[in-house]
Design a protein around this ligand. Structure first.
Ligand code: COI
Length: 357
């Protein structure tokens, strides 16, 4: 791998931007994409030079191995613009690290962290006009790594493509969410790929989530695949609970994604003097809290979802309602703080925010 790759990015700009197609007051999540994307190909054991080029569809050979055997991983992070027009990205080096953790599990080559971060910053600065300034809105950045061998035998591909493309976004969930504790289906198993941000994990979650949606829930809370006794994560997010001064979340394991928003919130809670616990959480512990009214807040944490308050939890046919989400002291404070921090409006004592422009 070339060490100086960060300084070499080929850039071909669009002749005419399509930004007039974006209505900044009415942005739907993940439906409109910016003018440019980045492609970097891997072959003969090394990465080529990244290309930033006009956003366009991919043409694929029918035997492209990702389509058959699912060697595909991705990341999600966001860029923000404040009222002064300054542009920031949040903890991109953590996405680079996690991409490589996923890559190792899926038999894929790692991407040099500096190349990844530099590529994101360049792409964001080229398409910075697309970043909404409105609080709560941002530019979602989707890095994607997939197998490109044109071969139908089952083996790790020898060629890969890294792509990065971006979408201006508003909230992922429009309000508080209703979840159901899942005790039959599993998202991931011990020794499986649950900790990797692998496309197949999301595919496996769709059918159980669809059944739950038909029952009126927004998302599932996954439990461990062996006994369905311990809480794992929720849909597209990690899950967190507050009872009094205690904030607790399932300890990450090989079946739980190590969320960057989760990590940021736990560090913030610790700094603010809460007692933070990462541990195995029994479903029964949560049910007892719900029965006794001792659960003050439940929320999901993820890049797309940010902090998503959970208003009710379904368990074995019963719906437990949480108290009014508007009064939640921790998640409301953390949401406001993180939003300001990501927009460069708070002192960044954690060193999480990278200024791009
Ligand atoms: C994210 O939070 O960035 C995710 O990847 C979740 C989802 C949109 C699939």
């Amino acid at each position: 791998m070339q060490d100086n790759l960060t300084s070499q990015i080929n850039i071909r700009r669009v002749e005419k931007s399509k930004i007039e197609s974006l209505d900044f007051d009415n942005i739907q999540f993940g439906k409109i994409f910016t003018d440019h994307m980045l492609i970097m190909d891997y072959k003969d054991g090394e990465w080529g030079i990244p290309d930033i080029k006009p956003f366009e569809p991919l043409v694929m050979h029918p035997a492209t191995s990702v389509l058959h055997y699912g060697q595909s991983i991705f990341e999600g992070l966001k860029a923000y613009k404040n009222d002064e027009g300054d542009v920031f990205v949040f903890r991109p080096e953590q996405n680079a690290k996690r991409l490589n953790v996923s890559a190792a599990r899926m038999c894929m080559p790692s991407v040099p962290e500096d190349v990844f971060v530099d590529a994101i910053k360049q792409l964001v600065s080229i398409d910075s006009a697309w970043i909404p300034k409105k609080r709560g809105s941002s530019l979602y950045i989707r890095p994607l790594l997939f197998a490109t061998d044109e071969y139908i035998g089952v083996k790790p591909s020898s060629t890969y493509r890294l792509m990065i493309f971006m979408a201006p976004v508003d909230k992922y969930y429009s309000g508080a969410v209703k979840v159901k504790i899942e005790e039959h289906f599993s998202r991931s198993v011990r020794g499986g790929t649950g900790f990797a941000k692998a496309a197949g994990n999301y595919a496996a979650s769709l059918y159980p989530a669809k059944l739950a949606q038909e029952e009126g829930f927004d998302q599932l809370v996954w439990t461990d695949a062996i006994e369905h006794k311990y809480i794992e994560e929720s849909g597209t997010m990690n899950i967190m609970f507050r009872s009094g001064n205690k904030i607790f979340s399932p300890k990450v394991s090989d079946s739980i994604l190590s969320g960057i928003t989760r990590d940021s919130i736990l560090k913030l809670a610790d700094k603010w003097g809460y007692e933070v616990e990462e541990k195995k959480i029994e479903v029964q512990e949560i049910v007892s809290h719900l029965e006794n009214g001792t659960l003050d807040e439940v929320f999901g944490a993820g890049t797309a979802a940010t902090i998503a308050r959970i208003e009710s939890i379904g368990y074995r046919g019963k719906i437990y309602k949480l108290q009014d989400v508007n009064d939640w002291e921790f998640s409301n404070r953390a949401s406001d703080f993180l939003e300001s921090l990501k927009r460069g409006e708070q002192e960044d004592s954690f060193g999480w925010v990278h200024k791009v422009l």
